[in-house]
Design a protein around this ligand. Structure first.
Ligand code: PMV
Length: 298
């Protein structure tokens, strides 16, 4: 069975597109996929009742992405790939990258090929490029490898180790958003006011740097403060919504050490850092029925 994890970006989204570092974690929710020889190439996506054929010029991005991935294999029989998606799409949890990684993993397995997870993540970039135009690569890398890691565009993931697990509570605003549009909006701001936006990216870089130390030292209080600051900087880039802001406040009032939007913003998900597992439930209740707890070992 092929698998691609979802991910939560702890700090550094958007700046990461422009070469600044980010910290992300892989979560256990993701996409499972199976591939088997068939009469023709077909991709089935279970929860959406979708079945599509690869087409490099197709109108559907999924048709083009599937074609891009199949193009990576020579000498193969036609394959039917069946994927089960456990993540909301357009929600900042890396759903599209997780599908790409799971599909590649399933095809590798069906063809009796095995490669390191990091290489699988790199290979899934062609899939992500179809959806996002200019992805940093953080989603596909984390989807394949997991754990807690520092990511810089074009470089291998650097795992961050700690003896304290991170207990995150992820809440979904119910507002879907397009990563491509959000990344384009930040790029426009960068072009029209380069000094202000570069200063914001540099401030985010400092938060990422300090968060690496906070995670390593198991200092969750410091990490929570850094998350709140990153949330404010993302809001200054107009990536927050009233709903997401209210959810972050509700999480803090329910005992979270910090809370922020995650991923592209403009909708999608936020997450909160719980002081420990036993206190996560109260925060989850404050975030609504879609919220879930993700415990990650660093
Ligand atoms: O919302 P998602 O899961 O697509 O995450 C996007 C993260 C960005 O930093 C906004 C874009 C990127 O390519 O890194």
């Amino acid at each position: 069975m092929g698998f691609g994890r979802g991910k939560v970006i702890l700090l550094g989204e958007h700046a990461v597109v422009h070469g600044y570092p980010a910290i992300a974690v892989g979560i256990e929710r993701g996409v499972h996929a199976e591939a088997a020889p068939a009469k023709r190439d077909l991709l089935r996506l279970e929860p959406w009742d979708l079945a599509l054929e690869p087409d490099p010029d197709g109108r559907e991005p999924l048709e083009r992405a599937f074609s891009a991935i199949l193009g990576e294999y020579e000498d193969r029989p036609p394959l039917e790939v069946r994927a089960t998606v456990e993540l909301p799409a357009g929600a900042g949890l890396g759903c599209s990258a997780a599908i790409g990684v799971a599909v590649l993993d399933a095809i590798d397995e069906a063809l009796g090929r095995k490669r390191p997870r990091a290489e699988l993540g790199d290979a899934a970039l062609v899939w992500e490029e179809v959806f996002h135009g200019d992805p940093s690569g953080v989603d596909n890398a984390m989807s394949a490898v997991g754990g807690v890691a520092l990511f810089v565009r074009g470089m291998p993931l650097r795992p961050i180790h700690s003896n304290k697990p991170l207990c995150l509570v992820v809440g979904y605003s119910g507002e879907s958003s397009s990563t491509k549009e959000m990344v384009t909006s930040v790029r426009r701001q960068l072009e029209s006011d380069p000094e202000r936006v570069r200063n914001t990216f540099a401030a985010i870089e400092t938060l990422v740097h300090n968060a690496t130390h906070a995670i390593g030292a198991g200092d969750l209080i410091a990490l929570g403060q850094l998350l709140d600051l990153n949330h404010t900087l993302l809001a200054s880039l107009m990536l927050c919504t009233t709903k997401l802001d209210a959810m972050c406040r509700a999480a803090r009032e329910a005992g979270a050490l910090g809370a922020k939007i995650t991923g592209a913003g403009g909708g999608g998900c936020m997450f909160a850092l719980a002081p420990k597992r036993s206190e996560a439930e109260r925060i989850r209740e404050a975030l609504g029925s879609d919220a879930f707890v993700a415990e990650v070992s660093a």
